[in-house]
Write a protein that binds this ligand. Structure first.
Ligand code: 13P
Length: 287
């Protein structure tokens, strides 16, 4: 099955049941591991990357690789640019054949944020590419995106409705208490706010900073309109741990190291897909 945009993947997931996991990559083997897990689980995924990896690997090469390894797959895959603050990465990814982009102009004042995002939507939609954007600011660090705790702000439900209406985005990333990177304590999500946002808007919501968020909190969020859940830190941690383990094994070969790390990522992705899919099924059963 060829690459699809977010809206197509959401339709697929809604028909079979489940919220979609979006997994950040920083190596070719991570990409392969995610694609293998998706096929094993028979469930779509979003393979996504931030600009530092794409700049290193080349957006066109990444798009060609993902397209090659997912060719003939039964399950659709989305290839998305994650968190771009400006046009250059967006244009490069659109040209390369990415099926979705995230423009994050949440650092700008509301009116300017709308203007930038609406322009990206116009260009991307003309190419059949979906657009995710963020309102409010999720705290923490995600590659080159850094938001200090003091600068983090939660999404306002009324502003969210206006933002979507004026920009035409396809998915809204919300700030409701999750953070990018490791949590200092127990993650505390503002479910009341999430419920209010869900009542006001009519497009799928995206939960960033999902690494380290307990299963029951993810399931609750999915019941409140979250259809895309972003994971990065859990994958990076698994990758680094297995690399460390491999290099400390006497007589290790670099290939063993790569294989072990790839397998570790495959297992993490499979376990996340299980949680996301189960959450949706439980939600259906409860109704
Ligand atoms: P974590 O690194 O906290 O999993 O966040 C991932 C993310 O939101 C990517 O945009």
């Amino acid at each position: 099955m060829s690459l699809v945009n977010l809206t197509e993947a959401f339709k697929y997931a809604e028909n079979t049941g489940g919220a979609i996991g979006a997994f950040n990559v920083s190596s070719w083997e991570m990409i392969a591991a995610i694609a293998i897990a998706s096929e094993e689980a028979e469930f779509p995924v979003v393979i996504q990357a931030q600009w530092p990896f794409l700049k290193h690997a080349g957006p066109l090469r990444v798009a060609q690789y993902v397209s090659d390894i997912t060719k003939g797959a039964k399950i659709p895959t989305v290839l998305q640019l994650d968190h771009s603050k400006n046009w250059e990465p967006v244009m490069e990814c659109l040209r390369a054949g990415f099926t979705s982009v995230m423009i994050d102009a949440s650092h700008l004042p509301f009116a300017e944020n709308i203007k930038v995002v609406a322009e990206v939507v116009k260009v991307a939609h003309a190419m059949g590419v979906t657009v995710e954007s963020e309102l409010g600011k999720v705290a923490g660090r995600e590659d080159d995106v850094v938001v200090n705790e003091a600068d983090a702000t939660f999404t306002d439900p009324d502003e969210a409705a206006t933002f979507i209406q004026k920009t035409g985005i396809d998915a809204l990333a919300v700030s409701v208490g999750t953070v990018h990177g490791a949590y200092k304590g127990e993650p505390l999500l503002d479910f009341e706010r999430l419920g209010k946002i869900n009542d006001k808007v009519n497009i799928p919501l995206v939960l960033h900073g999902a690494s380290g968020v307990p299963e029951n909190a993810l399931q609750r969020a999915i019941g409140l309109g979250v259809l895309k859940v972003n994971f990065s830190t859990d994958l990076k941690d698994a990758w680094i741990l297995s690399m460390k383990k491999a290099v400390s094994t006497p007589g290790f070969e670099p290939l063993d190291c790569v294989k072990m790390s790839q397998d570790q990522i495959r297992q993490v992705v499979n376990s996340k897909i299980d949680i996301l899919r189960k959450a949706f099924k439980e939600e259906l059963n409860a109704n």
